[in-house]
Design a protein around this ligand. Structure first.
Ligand code: GLY
Length: 412
């Protein structure tokens, strides 16, 4: 009888608990529903195939990027993820159209971002539809990316020569952590063509980044500038982070994702160690808020971190969070957990789930009437430049949708 009471109480407790807190699966399903509503509006409004939805301004306007800017592939990529989740051909038709609009980018050698642009659009399109006409476009994209590789430096140049934020240094060969995200395109091209040149460039770029962008504590530098003649490191700085020695949250998330991807293709354990080190820095940082959505930079306003730009703390009574960094990290942590076992595996899985729980509700999930277009809000694009602060960003949406797919695939 006692046992019966105990079982009854336990069942009642689980029932009440289940009613109170929706499961993550439920939250993911409702986030996809929110995404469907938002993207119905976005599809209806963004009809010019040369203007790529990028953000939504505080003034209440949709903000677009042009074809050769870095975020163009995320909108078609998000549409592919919507099609994959719903099976509704309306998303496929839209994804096909927006993907095709990027075709000329296969020749884009203006910056390193071609991997972001083409693999999130054409790469997902190929994976989902198997349309082989996408292959030569992706191969050409990989060739274009390789044109920015210097064997002296052992890296792909991210941006063209430009000054540092305080204009004191000229960066002739700047490489940013974000560039790790372009390597998947090269690994894919190596497999597809059998040309080991793509593979070697990707691996060398990852090794150079591993050596020069990561500190002893696994915090990361945003920008490393190299001497093009000797290959020496000239500067370790930041453009989008708080200060040169701080750790910019999105850069750290790109690093976790990038090194995890490189491990997938190489099975070189040193890349796995790096990915875990970067992840542990992110997850165990004393300034990571309890909802695991990071401040836009881990060290904003901290003693000992000197910004090279005019930081006015009175403008930010609350330090902005970056939901885009959280979404990228969640997606990366889910893959990283695949390469671990036991408690460690559970730790990364739980951390990714915690992030997804946070992103699936206020203040990150966007159900605002004033902005009917994006899935997430409260991201930071470039705070030192005074741009994109507490706004939606299309790449936050993309990695959130991807992370939810990855979570669903691992929790069937
Ligand atoms: N790659 C640019 C950024 O993360 O803002």
């Amino acid at each position: 009888m006692k046992n019966f009471h105990f079982v009854l109480m336990a069942a009642l407790f689980s029932f009440v608990f289940a009613c109170k807190s929706p499961s993550l699966k439920d939250s993911i399903d409702s986030s996809f529903k929110v995404a469907a509503q938002r993207y119905d509006s976005l599809l209806a409004t963004a009809t010019d195939l040369s203007r790529y939805p990028h953000s939504f301004t505080p003034k209440g306007e949709l903000f677009y990027f042009g074809i050769d800017e870095w975020t163009g592939g995320f909108w078609p990529g998000a549409l592919w993820y919507m099609y994959e989740y719903t099976g509704d051909v309306k998303w496929k038709e839209a994804a096909l159209k927006w993907t095709a609009s990027l075709e000329s980018n296969q020749y884009n050698t203006k910056h390193h971002d071609i991997g972001f642009m083409m693999f999130s659009s054409y790469g997902n399109g190929l994976r989902i539809t198997g349309d082989t006409s996408y292959k030569p476009i992706l191969i050409q994209s990989a060739k274009s990316l390789c044109q920015r590789y210097s064997p002296i430096v052992g890296s792909i140049q991210s941006w063209n020569a430009r000054p540092s934020i305080d204009k004191k240094n000229l960066w002739n060969f700047p490489v940013i952590m974000d560039n790790m995200m372009n390597l998947e395109l090269l690994f894919w091209a190596a497999k597809e063509t059998g040309d080991t040149g793509f593979y070697n460039i990707a691996v060398q770029h990852a090794k150079t980044t591993q050596k020069n962008h990561i500190r002893k504590d696994y915090g990361s530098y945003h920008v490393v500038n190299y001497d093009t003649i000797t290959g020496e490191v000239l500067h370790r700085q930041t453009l989008q982070g708080f200060s040169d020695e701080s750790t910019w949250a999105r850069g750290q998330a790109w690093g976790i994702y990038g090194f995890t991807t490189v491990y997938r293709f190489t099975k070189d354990s040193s890349f796995l160690t790096t990915a875990k080190g970067l992840a542990d820095f992110f997850l165990k940082h004393k300034n990571l808020p309890t909802d695991k959505v990071p401040l836009w930079d881990f060290n904003v306003g901290e003693e000992g971190y000197q910004p090279d730009w005019n930081f006015d703390p009175s403008k930010f009574p609350e330090t902005p969070r970056d939901a885009s960094a959280a979404a990228i990290a969640a997606s990366a942590l889910l893959e990283l957990s695949d390469y671990c076992s036991g408690e460690e595996q559970q730790y990364y899985k739980n951390a990714a789930s915690d992030i997804l729980v946070s992103l699936s509700k206020e203040p990150y999930l966007n159900t605002d009437k004033a902005n009917p277009y994006f899935v997430l809000k409260n991201c930071v694009g470039n705070l030192p430049a005074g741009r994109e602060i507490n706004v939606p960003l299309i790449y936050a949406d993309y990695y959130f949708l991807e992370a939810m797919h990855r979570w669903l695939a691992r929790n069937k």
